[in-house]
Design a protein around this ligand. Structure first.
Ligand code: SF4
Ligand code: SF4
Length: 272
């Protein structure tokens, strides 16, 4: 597996209070979709693209980009708030073959929860057309009283929902490490087993920079997101048509837990 985790835009039309990112209005520059797809094709690898944001469907010509990546045999995974219109969704269905979509992961956030019918309609359409679909529910402490009802509504419509841990601070506590035992037992039993909820004791060996790269909204390429905080860690740039991939798995030098564990990629890129 070769994985590109690409934060295509920091723009978002929702405003979740538990949002992980500091969202901003626009990308600094926009490259043509053809140039982007040629760039990845020239690496001579087939990539799985985890396309996220912000809201990736707000990136200019995003549906065309998805079409071109998948027509070049790459696979895409999309993290979305599913706010695109039904018309746009039909365009997506026309352009992007189901067998090249690993997963569409839609966030059941507060805004969708308040107006749930359009979310259900779009989710059902995607599933009826054969796309792999899941929805996520970030369990912020302020949402404890809503999660079960929303889960039940989606389940009645045969729409899957995965409860996700909240990463951040609330009420002077740090999450997910500060969830109460009852919440862990009910929603995250794996969190009781001292895995990704706690900092790892030893650093991991992983494929970051080799079979896994992170791309920021300015098309700069880093081995992974935690290493993207320093320009000297840059290993490529799509706008400069440059990338220098590593030759194998390496020891991670971070002593904190790997934040990438939250991106559902750890099983494939990290050998603990
Ligand atoms: S939909 Fe996602 S990116 Fe947008 S504000 Fe909510 S959590 Fe942040
Ligand atoms: S373990 Fe995580 S933080 Fe460390 S190099 Fe790998 S992906 Fe990056």
């Amino acid at each position: 597996m070769n994985l590109v985790h690409w934060l295509v835009t920091l723009k978002c039309n929702h405003n979740c209070y538990y949002c992980f990112f500091k969202l901003k209005p626009d990308n600094n520059k926009i490259l043509s979709n053809d140039a982007i797809v040629d760039f990845w094709n020239n690496t001579n690898k087939i990539w799985d693209f985890k396309l996220t944001g912000g809201e990736p469907f707000l990136y200019p010509d995003f549906i065309d980009l998805c079409g071109k990546l998948t027509q070049s045999n790459h696979t895409i995974f999309i993290d979305t708030n599913l706010s695109l219109s039904l018309d746009e969704l039909h365009k997506f269905i026309q352009k992007v073959s189901t067998d090249k979509v690993g997963l569409i992961l839609a966030s059941m956030n507060n805004k969708n929860e308040q107006d749930i019918e359009p979310f259900i309609e779009k989710a059902r359409l995607l599933m009826e057309k054969g796309y792999r679909f899941d929805s996520t529910y970030v369990l912020h402490p302020l949402r404890y009283d809503k999660v079960d009802e929303t889960t039940a509504i989606l389940n009645r419509n045969n729409i899957p929902l995965t409860v996700q841990r909240f990463l951040g601070k609330y009420g002077g506590k740090e999450y997910p490490t500060c969830y109460d035992k009852e919440i862990l037992e009910k929603y995250f039993p794996e969190g009781l087993k001292d895995n990704c909820f706690n900092p790892k004791e030893k650093s991991a060996v992983c494929g970051a920079g080799y079979n896994y790269v992170y791309v920021n909204p300015d098309y700069e390429i880093y081995s992974c997101m935690p290493y993207s905080n320093k320009k000297e860690n840059k290993i490529g740039d799509i706008s400069l048509n440059k990338i220098k991939l590593g030759t194998g798995y390496k020891q991670c030098n971070l002593n904190t837990s790997c934040p990438c564990l939250n991106m559902l990629v750890c099983a494939d890129i990290i050998k603990l």
